[in-house]
Unconditional design. Sequence first.
Length: 343
Amino acid sequence: MQSLACNYCDQIPESGLVVLSGLSNLTSLSFKRSNAVTAEGMRAFANLVNLLNLDLEGCPKIHGGLIHLKDLTKLESLNMRYCNYIADSDIKYLTDLTNSKDLQLSCCKITDLGVSYIRGLSSLVLLNLNRCGIYDDGCENFEGLKKLKVLNLGYNYITDACLVHLKGLISLGSLNLDSCKVGDDGLSHLKGLCNLRSINLSFTLVTDIDLTRLTHLDLFGPRITDYGTNCFRYFKNLLSLEVCGGFVTDAGVKNIKDLKALTLLNLSQNVNLTDKTLELISGLTALVNLNVSNSRVSNAGLKHLNDLQNLRSLSLDSTRVTANEMRKLQATVLPNLISMRPE
């Protein structure tokens, strides 16, 4: 046997876990969201020396058990998302797992000290530290992780001072800074990351972006104004753009109208957008998903969507558009719509 999944299994006694110690050929083991796995029961994992993938997501009783993983040096993927009691004292046992490529630690109680224990895991390609307790002091530990392609630091206590430590991560393709206190000055350190294609800056302090290679940009919450949208004109590769926050007007949408590659555009909660916005984006014929909710768009503006034949999802909630006109649009002009609001 090489693969075993016991997800959501709460009735396995510790004596049952002992059986695992004899399955030394296992390469993949999953106990996702299982109350049966305890720190003591993890003793059985110590013999699984060929293990490549271990999934312990949402296991609440494994604090203190990671000592039994320290010799599993072939391990490449370890998922401990939502293991809320995992702390710095646990992470220190991961320092020798230098073949690790995928490490998921979101919602664990990890601080800057815990991050210092993974600084030597130079093979990491994906690192998820979302909703941990990280401050700027721990960010210098990222500098040696040169192979990182995906880094999630959302909902931590980091500021612009953190981002200077990311400027050497030249393989980075996706970065999540959701709800961090980062702004334009910090973002300037990322200009040299030529592989960066996706960045989440929702609820940050960013007002302007100069990362023209991006294909995915999420700005839910930042105070982006019409002036800040000037930089969008240069993002010719953007496939998805979300600018939600209330400060963009029709004038700002002029800087979006030529982004012909866009398949997803979310302009919701910009309350001053009018039918002029729909006219401006009428040439974005690749759009599959469009959201202009919480705006002043009306039934009269729907005619500008006639050429958006690829649209599958259209959301105009809390606008002046009526459900009857939406149904008429679907029936006569956009038959491919499968999701629309109001409906």
